[in-house]
Write a protein that binds this ligand. Structure first.
Ligand SMILES: NC(=O)c1ccc[n+]([C@@H]2O[C@H](COP(=O)([O-])OP(=O)(O)OC[C@H]3O[C@@H](n4cnc5c(N)ncnc54)[C@H](OP(=O)(O)O)[C@@H]3O)[C@@H](O)[C@H]2O)c1
Length: 298
């Protein structure tokens, strides 16, 4: 059994069972079929958008592998335990996946975390952690997966956010990590196109998942003179998320990208967000920032 408490042990229940049940004469039909299917590796597929994506991809006949701290509960998903912020557990998990399932076709990096704090008082260990999960984890996952994808080509999707296009008050850490991710996707796409590896950043707007409730919000006494404004901004953000997209819609966008020959560099989800992204490009910067302040009640 996979021991989810021990992140250095990254076997999966499914793969071990497969080994045990192997027919003496060789591979079973199922194992053979799995080797031929394209493998999609999701980092952060245990809940929310990543979970919905795993569900969609199983329906589209991919092999789906998840890497996260807790397992994806779907029976047909192979789980590898890793905390992307701890040592090289992420790299080890990706190499273990590539060894077992050599047909690695795509990497989707979903792991993400958000916090709310005034930048004047935010603790460096918190925003560094946020960048480890949102940005450096994605970069390291790409570094580990690309050598296994180069021969056949494939797709990389980084789950970014509309917050990478528009600032979020008191979550500038999150916004800037996602803006960095967008730029990483674009430069990686240029570098990797000779290997037929296409890189896309998907920018969902607020999406109703448990992400909202995992946000690290500093207590009022730590936020001091910013406290009332932090409360207004986080409440507006939470409403936007919980009243926003459905995780299944975002997952469908990602699944469709994986099937495209030449996916775009950036994709927003839903008509409203596509309109906002376009408006952000054509509106004068000051007007766009004014609307943004209104949105977060600043
Ligand atoms: N929900 C929104 O409103 C929204 C909007 C725009 C963009 N996004 C982005 O969409 C992505 C998915 O978010 P979601 O809404 O689906 O949230 P979620 O349900 O909280 O999913 C986050 C995923 O990231 C994994 N994760 C977090 N920290 C990790 C770590 N240290 N190591 C390994 N895995 C880690 C979690 O798995 P474990 O906890 O099991 O490790 C989980 O599978 C994120 O990148 C988020 O920034 C979300």
């Amino acid at each position: 059994m996979t021991e989810w408490g021990k992140l250095d042990r990254m076997e999966t229940v499914d793969l071990k069972e497969e080994e045990k049940n192997k027919e003496p004469a060789g591979e079973t039909e199922t194992v053979r079929a799995e080797k031929v299917k394209k493998t999609v590796l999701i980092v952060g597929g245990s809940s929310g958008i990543g979970y919905e994506l795993a569900l969609k991809l199983i329906g589209r006949n991919y092999n789906v592998v998840n890497i996260s701290r807790t397992p994806c509960p779907l029976e047909r998903v192979k789980n590898y335990a890793a905390d992307v912020t701890v040592g090289d557990t992420l790299e080890k998990a990706i190499h273990a996946v590539a060894e077992k399932l050599p047909n690695m076709y795509a990497l989707v990096y979903c792991a993400g975390f958000s916090m709310a704090a005034p930048l004047e008082y935010a603790d460096a260990k918190d925003y560094r952690y946020l960048f480890e999960v949102n940005y450096f984890g994605a970069l390291r996952a790409m570094q580990s997966a690309v050598p296994h994808m180069k021969k056949r080509g494939g797709k990389i999707v980084l789950i970014s956010s509309m917050a990478g296009l528009f600032p979020v008050a008191f979550d500038g850490f999150y916004s800037s990590s996602k803006a960095a991710l967008d730029m990483l996707a674009k430069s990686a796409d240029i570098e990797l196109s000779p290997f037929n590896i296409r890189v896309t950043s998907v920018q969902p707007g607020g999406t109703s998942t448990s992400f909202t409730f995992k946000r690290k919000i500093y207590p009022e006494e730590d936020n001091r003179e910013y406290s009332a404004r932090v409360n207004r901004a986080t409440a507006a953000l939470a409403n936007m998320e919980q009243g926003g997209l459905n995780a299944g819609e975002v997952a469908k966008t990602v699944a469709d990208i994986l099937a495209m020959k030449k996916p775009p560099h950036e994709v927003q989800c839903g008509g409203k967000n596509k309109f906002f992204a376009l408006a952000g490009r054509v509106l004068p910067e000051n007007f766009s920032l004014y609307l943004n302040k209104k949105m977060y009640k600043q």
